[in-house]
Design a protein around this ligand. Structure first.
Ligand SMILES: Cc1cc2nc3c(=O)[nH]c(=O)nc-3n(C[C@H](O)[C@H](O)[C@H](O)COP(=O)(O)OP(=O)(O)OC[C@H]3O[C@@H](n4cnc5c(N)ncnc54)[C@H](O)[C@@H]3O)c2cc1C
Length: 291
């Protein structure tokens, strides 16, 4: 039989509870002893991964966890990051807190690189955080520590020294020594101060507020960007229904799963490709042994 490789699969063929082939979009039925469903997630749909496998797995009785974009830029309620779009930060700490019934819980705090975008934040720290955020972002706040290597006391001593040396200059001149100009200006404004104010006019309380802002620039996540910008998809076929020794479904013999379609996801660093390679190799070997 001629197999048209550019024809997509639209359904699994399951008879008497056993998977015995696939049906193509043009209606052709392809019979076989085993089927490996490895259709990926919903991310970057232009690559052909449009979540078809999620629907097929669900139709065959499998529990499929809700698909969500992950490793994806985060939109913020604040619009000021858009003015800094393209500015990348190195050696900063990004933290995320979720408000709870009794107290706030820190769910993420890592040092590394990040980037401002026209709608919020991206870069390694923000992408990793996106995979860990709850679906409901209403109780979540973020904080960027721009000087994580300096504790508050050391940073205050540095500010005091600079203030003394540049007492007649504008506040922005001192801040330019700490951060790139556009960010320095933003930090000063977030602290409720004016970049043009004279350094010798800054009160101790205002300096404390400036320090607090440098150590925790506040941001509010509004939503995650969509699947077309998401490196991976969270959710998918529940691994509880897949035999980890073979990748065969525990519900439908002859049906195997591999890759991002599974409810397994990881941080950046090649781990998601590794998941796809490892589960794919195991599913392939196991399926070849199916009689
Ligand atoms: C821009 C980008 C960068 C990435 N960078 C990294 C990285 O650096 N490190 C890392 O670990 N991971 C990275 N990833 C994630 C990684 O590529 C995926 O996790 C991995 O490719 C998943 O493999 P997969 O085979 O499960 O799915 P996919 O690679 O999505 O492949 C699924 C295939 O199934 C096909 N398909 C879907 N539905 C049907 C259907 N109905 N009929 C027939 N065919 C169908 C699709 O066309 C596609 O070819 C990146 C992803 C993107 C988008």
């Amino acid at each position: 039989m001629e197999i048209r490789l550019n024809t997509r699969v639209r359904a699994l063929i399951i008879q008497d509870g056993i998977c015995g082939g696939v049906e193509l979009e043009d209606g052709t039925a392809l019979r076989c002893d085993a089927v490996i469903l490895a259709t990926g997630g919903f991310s970057y749909p232009s690559t052909g991964s449009t979540g078809d496998g999620h629907a097929m797995a669900e139709a065959s009785g499998h529990a499929v966890q809700k698909a969500l974009p992950a490793l994806v830029p985060i939109e913020t309620a604040e619009s000021w990051p858009g003015m800094l779009s393209g500015l990348s930060l190195k050696n900063v700490r990004l933290s995320a807190y979720v408000s709870g019934a009794k107290k706030e819980k820190k769910i993420y705090s890592e040092m590394g690189e990040m980037l401002f975008t026209h709608t919020g934040i991206s870069g390694p720290l923000a992408l990793t955080l996106s995979s860990l955020l709850p679906e409901d972002l209403s109780g979540v706040r973020l904080a960027i520590d721009l000087k994580p290597a300096l504790d508050e006391q050391t940073l205050d001593a540095r500010l005091l020294r600079d203030f003394k040396e540049m007492s007649r200059r504008q506040l922005i001149t001192v801040m330019d020594g700490l951060e790139p100009h556009s960010l320095a200006e933003q930090v000063v404004r977030l602290a409720g101060l004016s970049p043009a104010m004279p350094v010798n006019g800054v009160t101790a309380g205002q300096r404390a507020k400036l320090l607090e802002t440098i150590k925790a620039v506040p941001l509010t996540p509004k939503k995650l960007r969509g699947f077309d910008e998401a490196i991976i998809t969270r959710g998918g076929v529940s691994v509880k229904q897949v035999n980890p020794s073979t990748m065969e479904s525990k519900l439908v013999p002859g049906l195997y799963f591999a890759g991002e379609l599974l409810d397994v996801d990881a941080a950046t660093g090649g781990f998601n490709l590794q998941i796809a390679f490892s589960t794919g190799a195991l599913a392939g070997r196991s399926a070849a042994e199916t009689e």
